[in-house]
Structure formats: C-alpha cells, structure tokens
Ligand binder design. Structure first.
Ligand code: NDP
Ligand code: 8X3
Length: 272
C-alpha cells in the first residue's frame, strides 16, 4: 500500500491529546488515525472516559489495528492527576512524541464585577495551569532525546487570546496567557528539536458554546445562527498538518477563521 509523506513522518509516533472527548480534540484523534493508519499510538484523555472509549472503538472500526488507542481519564485542572499521568501509562506508551494541549473551556459571558469566582478559577485552572502542567509533565520525555531533545507541543489558543472582547475577559485572558507561555517556551527550547506550535481558531461549532451557556442549547445555537462556522475537523486538519511537517519545519503560529469572520466578534451574519 502506498503512503503519503505525512503518513510516513507520523508513523511510529505516540500522540497525547487532551480534551479528546468532544469537538476539536475528538476530531484530532480521528484525523491522526486516518492520516497515519498503519503505525500510530493515540493516548486520548478527558474527564468523560465513556466518550473516549466510544471514540477508541470508532477508530478501531474505521482504521483497524494499525492505530493503537489508549483512553485515559484525566482532569487537567487537577495538578495531582497531571503529575501522575506519565507514570500511570503502560511503559510502551510513555515515549510520547506529540502533545496536543487542546482541553479548554469558557464559562459564561459575565462582565466584571459580576464574574463568578468559580468560573474564573475553572477557566484559569483548565486553560492555563492545566496546559502548563501537562507541558511540564511531558517535556522531560522530549528532553531525554539526543541533541537537546525532540517532540511536538501543539497548543490550541484562540482569536480570543489576540483580541480580548467584552463578556469574555477571563477566557480571553487565559488564551493570552497560553500565547505568552507558548512564545516563551519556543524561545527556551531554541537549542533543541522540540517544536512549540500554536493554533488559534476563530469560531468553531462544537460543545464550546453549550458549555459557555451552562448547558442552554438554545443560547448556544443562537451563536451559530446565520453564520457558517468552522467545523472541528477543519482545525484537526491543521493540527495534523503541523505535526506532519518535516523535522526542521515549525509552523509556529496559525490563525484560522471561517470566511464570515475577521476578528473576535467581527462576524457577518446573513440576514434572516
Ligand atoms: P468542546 O467543549 O467541544 O471540547 C472541550 C474538550 O475539553 C472536551 O473534550 C472536554 O472534555 C475537555 N475538557 C474541558 N475541561 C477539561 C478538564 N478539566 N480536563 C480535561 N479535559 C477537559 O470545545 P472545543 O472543541 O471547541 O474546545 C477545544 C479547545 O479549542 C479549547 O481549548 C477551546 O478554548 C479552543 N477553542 C475553541 C473555539 C471554538 O469556537 N469552539 C475557538 C478557539 C479555540 P471533558 O468534558 O470530557 O473533560
Ligand atoms: C473561542 C473563540 O471568539 O468565541 O475561542 O471566544 S470566541
């Protein structure tokens, strides 16, 4: 069977994805599996383990045994769980090559001084501290490789980290923090083969808005009324693309909009 250059570059890799139970993370798992179906290991993590198991089965049904999938329940906002994560993996799964730091969420549209403390904490603990702790848990593996180390860190940021908007101050601050951490880390690792990359989506239709509106599906649907948002697969294709570049190519920073969007909240809605 002939394989693509990208499949050959990804072959043999072990890829950890956070937030793989839904949306962009779930699509990333499927896209990696479809792109390199012959020899890949996927460690799929999130809090909802039942969903991860279903996804593992779907991948097996679709591409067969070439892709090995390990579902792992992991709450990235819990520092103790993240600290124990690598040690708890079976030994053959610990040689991680790619970390996709995707787990994240927004809660509410409140403005200061009305923002619930719990929402502030959950957004920072997940989007910022969780991402940093995951990175610190995996980096020693990368750094143990020759010539200073090798491996890929792919952080999912957001247009919200570049253009803060009213009603999103905390979420925007978390994504700006992701951006600062990512840029500093890339500089810290300049003498290695560790690639630090950030992908910033604009509007993507996932469970993101359902979570933002505390489960209110009608409010979430209104976000996408009259527009044609990105799908999680659109972002997953870019994630797999950057991981599948030749070793010397670092797609450091990417901003992706749907065609109706030109900034955070700068949307064209079709008249209804
Ligand atoms: P979804 O709500 O569909 O998916 C979010 C994922 O994050 C779920 O798998 C969820 O899993 C996981 N997650 C949330 N909290 C935790 C936690 N504490 N520990 C582990 N996993 C967690 O949203 P998206 O796919 O849209 O979001 C993915 C990323 O994309 C986020 O970082 C988001 O900020 C970013 N993004 C989204 C955009 C959009 O418009 N949708 C635009 C720009 C960026 P579980 O609940 O099972 O733990
Ligand atoms: C999600 C994009 O603009 O809805 O990160 O906050 S936005």
């Amino acid at each position: 069977m002939s394989t693509s250059a990208m499949a050959r570059r990804l072959a043999g890799k072990t890829i950890v994805i956070t937030g793989a139970s839904s949306g962009i993370g779930r699509s990333c798992a499927l896209e990696f599996a479809r792109t390199a179906p012959q020899d890949l290991r996927l460690v799929l993590t999130a809090r909802r383990e039942d969903r991860l198991k279903e996804l593992a089965q779907q991948i097996r049904d679709e591409v067969g045994d070439g892709v090995k999938v390990l579902p792992v329940a992991l709450d990235v906002s819990d520092p103790e769980q993240v600290k124990g994560f690598v040690q708890k993996l079976p030994e053959e799964w610990r040689v991680v090559d790619v970390l996709v730091n995707n787990a994240g969420l927004v809660r509410g549209v409140a403005r200061a001084p009305e923002i619930a403390e719990q929402d502030i904490n959950v957004m920072f603990n997940t989007n910022v501290t969780g991402l940093i702790n995951m990175t610190q848990a995996i980096l020693p593996i990368f750094k143990s490789r020759p010539n200073g180390g090798a491996g890929d860190i792919i952080n999912i940021g957001s247009i919200a980290g570049r253009e803060p908007y009213a009603g999103g101050s905390i979420y925007c601050a978390t994504k700006a923090a992701v951006r600062a951490f990512t840029d500093a880390l890339r500089k810290e690792l300049i003498d290695t083969r560790i690639r630090v990359m950030e992908i910033d989506p604009g509007q993507v239709e996932t469970e993101f808005s359902i979570v933002r509106y505390y489960g209110d599906k009608a409010k979430a649907d209104a976000v996408y009324a009259g527009v044609d948002p990105l799908t999680p697969d659109d972002i997953a294709e870019v994630v797999v693309f950057v991981a599948g570049r030749p070793e010397n190519v670092v797609v450091a920073d990417t901003l992706i909009f749907p065609s109706h969007q030109a900034g955070a909240g700068v949307l064209y809605r079709k008249p209804t």
